[in-house]
Write a protein that binds this ligand. Sequence first.
Ligand code: 2AM
Length: 183
Amino acid sequence: MVASGVERLFFALWPSATEGQAMAAYAAHLECRHGRRITGDRLHLTLAFIGAVERTRRPAIEAMAAALRMPGFVLHFDRVGLWRRGGIVWAGCSGVPASAEALVATLRHGLGTLGLPFERRAFRPHVTLFRRASALERAAPPAVAWRCRAFVLVGSELDPVGARYRVLRRFALGSEAGTAYSD
Ligand code: 2AM
């Protein structure tokens, strides 16, 4: 629980229904010991984690993102793995488009100019498929692609069954960039 007046935010890539279902279908066939599967409607890829901030900061965060003019890209998920810490079973990409790296760097820079903390470690793009897994049986890698034509600002609320995510605003990439619209 975060104090009222504070919200937990992050920027992410959110798949279309079809792309999310493709990833969920892949995850459904993985054999993970003890793991809790992330449901299809929660699958996402975090671009920049902001964490708990005063609600009054949100307009400035949205304005920063809405001002960006960045190209879209396609992510080809072709890797699967387990990070022991947190038992995270993830889907990742062997090649990350330069535009995706540039988007993350620009968002981090933008958060920095707003005086907000941001992750300084290298960007490790991944979609979390399971949490608290103790083992992952050998598995064929995913063959799933996400066409990324927008990114989103997400609010995260922790509840007993895990985080609840709410897409707060969508920001276009590519030719539509600059025409940010609210859901
Ligand atoms: P994860 O899936 O690897 O746990 C919402 O919590 C999203 O933000 C998740 O995708 C989560 O990544 C990521 N996240 C949570 N805490 C974070 C942190 N301190 N730094 C970076 N990303 C974080």
